[in-house]
Each structure stands twice: as C-alpha cells, then as structure tokens.
Design a protein around this ligand. Structure first.
Ligand code: BGC
Length: 782
C-alpha cells in the first residue's frame, strides 16, 4: 500500500514495560516431552478417567466378545442428516446401528432425535454398545460466545473455561457428549478463514487457551453427565497451509513443528483431552491423516496419548485425491496404520476394514487398539450406565441469565481498541451522556445473524441483542439516527447517500462494518483480499468526508488490511464476531462502563504482501535494526537488508497490542538473578516490573512477558511470549507484577529435536505488547 500510510505514527495512549506472572508447566512435563518412548500412559491425565484401570478391564472384556464386523462398526462415524452414509443420501442408520455398524453419529438436532438412535443401539444391537454423539461446538452450543479468536483476545483463560463449561452443559443436555473443539491450530496467515476458530499466532497463549477449553468441556470428570469429551484439532500444521488456501499443503520443519505448532496440542492432551482430530493438509509430503510420524511417533509414543483419534470430515477418503491411495480400501489401510481410529464420514473403514484385517494388510492388534480407544472414551463418559440424555434438561425457552451474563462479559473483554484519537479536547471514546446525537450506520448495526460468527453450534439469531437495540435502550431512540448504508456485499447510491445525510445530522457516528460471518470467515473462506467487501470502504470514506467524529467498529474473523481507515478514522475497535450479547457488550465498552481490555492475538498486517507477519520471527543475518523503513532505500546501507522496498516490515498493530481509555507507564524490567545454570533442573528466575495507571480512568491491563535467547545451538525468535497477567489499576495506582519463569520458558528444541535448556544469554521484556519495552539481561551458564 502507499507509503503515506506507512509514515503514519499511531499516537499511543499506552506506554512501555511491565511485569506479568506465568503458570509454568512443571519440569516433570519437560522431561516427559523429551522422553523417547515412555511405556504405557506416562502421565495421569488431569481431568479424565481415560487411564482408569477399571475402565481398561471393562474395555478388554467387551473387546473379547466383539466380532470383526462389530469392531469395524465402532470405528465408523456418520453425520446425521447429511448424505454421507454408505449409499450416499440413503443411509439406513437405524438398521446399521441395530447391526452394530456405527460407532458415532453427529450433527443431530435434539436430545429426542439422539435418544431414538441410542435406543436402537443399546436395545437392538447385539452387544448394546451405546453411540457417541458429536457436534461442532466451537464457541458455545446455544449460548453463543464470541468466536474463539475473540475469546483468546481476552487473554483470560477463566473466561474461556467458563464458556466451554456452559457449552458442555448445553451440549450434554442435547445428548452431545463429544465436541469437536478446541481448534488449536497456530495461524500466521489471515487469508486463511479458519484463523477465526483458534487462539492466534502464539504457541504459549494457544497452550493456555487450549488447556482452558479442555478443563471447561471435561470438567472434573468425564463421567459427570454435564461433561463432554473435548477433541483437540486439527493435527497438525493445518494453520500453515500455502497461500492461506484452505485444505492446502504445509511444509514445516520438525524443529518449527515442535517449537510452534505442536505445543498447544501437547497442552490440550496434557490437560486430558479425550480425543484428537487429524487434519486435512499434507504435512511435509504426507497427508496428516496418514502420517505415522505425527499420529504415532509423537502423539502415542512420545506423549502417551490414550484417547481417540478421529479423522477430519472425509479426510480418510481424500487420501485418494492426495494420490497416496489408489482407492478407499488403500486409504483406510494407510489411515488406520498411521493412527487414525475413527473414520469421519468418508465411509472408507466401514466397507473395507474387515477385508483388510482378513488379508493381513491391517493387523488385528492395530484394529483392536483403535477399538479400545473408542470404547475407553464411551466408558469414561459413563455412556454404558446412562446412555440417554434427559430431554427435560434441554433449554427450550429463554437462556438463563447467568449464561447471558457470561456471554456479555466475555464479549466485553474481547474487543480490542486499535485507535482512539483526540477530537477537540479529549479522545473520542468513551462516549458520554453528553455525546449528543449518534448516527448508527452500517450493515452490522442491527444484524443478529452475523454476530453469531461462522460456526455457532445451535446458536439462534433471536437470542442476539444487536448494537441498535442495546444503544436504543441505553440512550433512547430519539438520540439515534439510523441508516444501514446498504448490504454487506452491495449498496445502492441511494443507500449510501442516505447514510451520508444521516451522519450529517449527528454529533458522532458509529459505523459498523466488516466481513460476512458465514461466507467470508471460517472454513472454506480463504480470502485473497482482506478489505471490506462490497461498497463498505466507499461508504466509510464518504461518511468520514462529512467531518463528523467516527468510531469504526470492525466485525471480522481476522485482521483486515485497511490502511486508509487506520490513517484517517479517529477511533477503531476490533469487535470480531461477539456472540449473543454483541450489543450490550459494545455499548458498555463504548460508554466506558467497563474499560476496553482485549489485546491482539495475531499481528495485524498493513498489507497482504507482508503475510505471513508474526512477532516471534527469527532475526535473519540482515535485520533492518534501527534503519528507518518508512521510505524506499536510499543507499546500499538501507537496501541490502531483509525488508521491503515499498513497505515497512512492522505490522499495522503488533501481537499483544490493545489500547485502553487510560495511559500506562511500565517501569524497566528487572530480573532477580544475573546467572543461572543450564544443568540445574530447577532453573528459575523471576522477572518483574511495575505498571502505573497514569491516566484518569480505571484500566484492565494485560501485562506480557517476553524472552529472547541468544548464543543457543538453534536460532531463537526475536521474542517469545512466556507469560501474561491481567491486572486492574485505579487511576494513579501502580502495581508490581512478577513472573516466576522456570525451565519451560528457557528451553528450546535443539538440533537433535530434544527439548533442553542451553547455556545462553537471556533477555526479558515485560511490556504492553510484543514490540515495546527495554530488556533485562541474564546469563544461563553451563
Ligand atoms: C472441519 C472440522 C469439523 C468437521 C466436522 C470439517 O470440515 O474441518 O473442523 O470438526 O468438519 O463437522
């Protein structure tokens, strides 16, 4: 984009450095992650009973009674309602279930429908093995929370855990005891629509969020009727697909896989995730659904995962299209041999596995192992004792208040204030009762459907309170002038003109623009242009030309590249897709009832040409350092650097960035030791800094701690997040924030792909985002 947009300097209300605290995985886990082939299940899963010996005894007893066909049946999963069964469109599920040919069904609509199928399974099938019902519950079942990218932007695992718990309660009431979540794919490319489903670009934050989801879904015990089995997905490398094109190919070195892409999976499994989904993409030349290195070597042998591995939707059958299987029988053979237990929908296992076992192409032992993985989860969920859902638990009417409030709180904390310039004597936001007449413009101001995001479980538009409704309740309809300004994809001249006239009548304009949740965000929604669709940018520029103060509310599942807006619009909020309480949450933040406190979990690119742009990059041998990149290179010193000749390297907004309504001062970071020994297993240092609220409004700040190691055997990122903490500060208040940092923070994957702490030089930054602060230093000696 044009250079003038690069030269703009954001006036930041927030200033430099602090200190947060970190929850470190204990050293025992570090050792575990290194252990080559631990026997059995090397760690007790925190919240699941998958490793309970009593369950193992029952699994073995049942397995002994099963015929080959019944075993194969447990490994087949179909989607109810979709034409996915053996005879595409005519799947005779009732009879298949009665014959023991189905292990799991998903996409059912109600407890009643599920109970009908379950009755067939437990009453008519020979061994009475219950079905396991699944669903994509991504950010809520009916109580729809903000999309996962937004939930992560709260940097608040307690919010995520609560959202997942409510989702578990509602799902289980509808007989769904298996949710295909959390999606923990690291995403560095906003062209990839599925960025919206995850926690962004950082492995540490992604791991914290992954654990929170699993805790919420699985509760204290899987056997609790209100708990559901989590399914961490998509294993692995799916977020790194070429060009951001969905389902595409990923090339990731083993080093980067272990440093960046695997940690959130490991974290979810460490937390007890009962299942895992293999991904669509090819990873380093081998489709992930047929990849023994990831599915068996890493997942089973290194991590000791005792749970169920399900393929992604038709990803077993897709091995034919990938060209590594000539037919579905070969696809089934490759997938199960690599470690996929259950075939989601592709109907490759069901017709072929028995023959493959009879001919010796699939071993009896591998088949039995896969069946054990399915039965173990069914026993742990208590399905054999209590297979039916209590239909009276399903919410039919209005949602309970405490769930609605949880949705509102999570939305409030997920908004990221990107810009808030001074207009007149003060910043535009927060609005006050004296803000005067408000023009409410844009296709999103009264749009319930889009507030739910691209994958809203059983969320209902009628549960959504829109911005228009909430604002009318807050200030009264007489203070609002409303113009939609056209649709998302189209607008007429008349609609745009009406919006301009409406803006002229107001004192301040709230402009709600963005991408369409269903078609432009989420799965199969890769975008080559990250602009505002339709005529929305024209609408924005014409409304801005009225000279009225504008607050731009951006609804999207990813960062959008809008250089004009970032230069010319005085106040901008990334609102994502906020869920059922979109309106009330926005109004409370816009009016300052609660401070904006979300921070970006992805670097926000200035232009598509910068992608991938992420904060935890390697330095290169030609880093620009302090070179001014806001103009094209003027001599060879400025030119032969790792840079663009026509754009800055830095993103529009860095990872971790988000403004508040106050101003903050971070002290210099301090570390309590100057030297640590790498060989000392209890390696430990505490980083601290003080943070002061120097403004006149209360603030909720997410204090972040980053580290850089140099002198290491492998190159380490220029910064990596190793902890964060949310603090509240009254005006004038300051707080010292401390982060105890243990082995996990200082460890890296070496040339032999072993995790270890090396003698090195460590720098620490406690800072408000990934780009600021002055480091403290520490030596890690032999
Ligand atoms: C998606 C998965 C999802 C599955 C089942 C696939 O297309 O990639 O994330 O869980 O469908 O609906």
């Amino acid at each position: 984009m044009p250079w003038n947009s690069c030269q703009r300097r954001l006036k930041l209300l927030v200033i430099v450095a602090i200190l947060p605290a970190l929850v470190m995985i204990a050293l025992s886990e570090l050792v575990l992650a290194q252990a080559p082939e631990p026997a059995g299940h090397p760690f007790a899963l925190s919240h699941s009973s998958l490793t309970d010996p009593a369950i193992e005894t029952r699994v073995e007893a049942l397995l002994k009674q099963m015929t080959l066909d019944e075993k194969v049946g447990q490994l087949a999963q179909y989607s109810s309602g979709a034409p996915t069964g053996p005879s595409a469109g005519n799947a005779d599920y009732p009879n298949m279930i009665a014959r023991g040919e189905v292990g799991s069904l998903f996409n059912l609509d109600s407890a009643r429908a599920a109970n009908e199928y379950q009755r067939i399974a437990v009453e008519k099938s020979r061994l009475h093995i219950p079905l396991l019902f699944g669903l994509d519950v991504i950010h809520g079942y009916r109580t729809t929370f903000p999309v996962p990218l937004a939930l992560a932007s709260t940097w608040d695992p307690s919010i995520v855990e609560k959202a997942a718990r409510i989702a578990a309660q509602e799902s289980s009431a509808a007989s769904v005891r298996w949710v295909f979540s959390p999606m923990v794919d690291i995403a560095r490319d906003p062209r990839w629509g599925r960025m919206v489903e995850g926690a962004g670009e950082d492995p540490y934050l992604g791991s914290v969020m992954a654990r929170a989801y699993v805790r919420g879904y699985q509760g204290k015990s899987l056997g609790d009727k209100e708990s559901v089995a989590a399914c961490v997905k998509h294993f692995v490398g799916y977020g790194a697909v070429e060009g951001g094109r969905d389902y595409n190919t990923a090339e990731i070195s083993e080093h980067t896989l272990r440093e960046i892409y695997l940690p959130p999976f490991y974290a979810a499994i460490r937390e007890g995730s009962a299942s895992l989904m293999s991904s669509f993409n090819t990873l380093n030349g081998l489709p992930a659904t047929a990849n023994p290195f990831t599915l068996t070597q890493i997942l089973r042998k290194e991590w000791g995962f005792p749970g169920l591995v399900v393929s992604d939707w038709t990803s077993v059958g897709e091995l034919v299209a990938h060209g590594i299987a000539r037919d579905k029988a070969a696809a089934a053979q490759k997938a199960i041999a690599a470690g996929v237990d259950m075939d989601m929908v592709s109907d490759s296992y069901h017709p072929h596995l028995a023959d493959l076992v009879k001919s010796g192409q699939v071993s009896q032992a591998r088949l039995d192992e896969a069946v054990r993985d399915v039965l173990r989860v069914k026993f742990a969920l208590g399905l054999f004792e209590d297979p039916f859902a209590d239909e009276s638990r399903e919410i039919k009417g209005a949602l309970p208040t405490e769930r609605v409030e949880a949705a509102r709180l999570s939305a409030e904390r997920s908004f990221v204030l990107l810009k808030n310039s001074v207009a007149g004597s003060r910043p535009i936001l927060p609005l006050t009762n004296e803000s005067g007449t408000i023009a409410l413009i844009g296709p999103f101001v009264d749009d319930a459907r889009n507030m739910l995001g691209p994958w809203a479980g059983r969320g209902r538009p009628e549960d959504v309170v829109t911005l228009k409704t909430a604002l009318e309740q807050r200030v009264g309809a007489d203070k609002i002038r409303f113009a939609k300004g056209g649709e998302l994809q189209t607008a007429s001249d008349t609609e745009i003109q009406k919006a301009i006239e409406t803006a002229k009548q107001a004192d301040v304009v709230l402009l709600a623009l963005g991408e369409e949740a269903d078609t432009q965000s989420g799965e199969a929604a890769s975008r080559a242009y990250l602009n505002l669709p339709g005529r929305q940018e024209e609408l924005l520029e014409k409304v801005a030309a009225t000279g009225k103060p504008i607050v731009l509310l951006l609804f999207s599942g990813r960062p959008l590249t809008l250089p004009w807006a970032f230069e010319h619009v005085p106040a901008i909020v990334a609102a994502w897709f906020p869920g059922i309480q979109a309106g009330p949450a926005l109004v409370r933040v816009l009016f300052g009832d609660v401070p904006p406190s979300g921070k970006l979990v992805v670097s926000w690119p200035r232009t598509i040409g910068q992608i991938p742009v992420y904060y935890n990059a390697l330095n290169t041998g030609r880093p620009p350092g302090n070179t001014d990149l806001t103009h094209p290179p003027q001599d060879s010193l400025e030119k032969y650097l790792s840079r663009y000749i026509d754009e800055q390297n830095s993103p529009q907004f860095p990872f971790g960035f988000g403004l508040s309504y106050s101003s903050l001062e971070y002290s210099r970071t301090h570390v309590d030791s100057v030297k640590l020994s790498a060989s000392d297993n209890a390696i430990h240092a505490t980083a601290s800094a003080s943070v002061k609220n120097t403004g006149n409004r209360a603030v909720d700040e997410i204090v972040q701690v980053y580290i850089r190691l140099t002198g290491t055997s492998m190159e380490e990122p220029v910064r990596k997040l190793v902890g964060f903490k949310r603090i509240s500060l009254a005006p004038g208040e300051s707080q010292t924030v401390s982060f105890p940092l243990g082995a996990e923070a200082f460890s890296l994957w070496d040339m032999q792909n072993k995790l270890r702490v090396e003698p090195s030089h460590a720098q620490f930054w406690i800072s408000p985002d990934s780009s600021r602060g002055l480091p403290a230093e520490l030596e890690i000696v032999e």
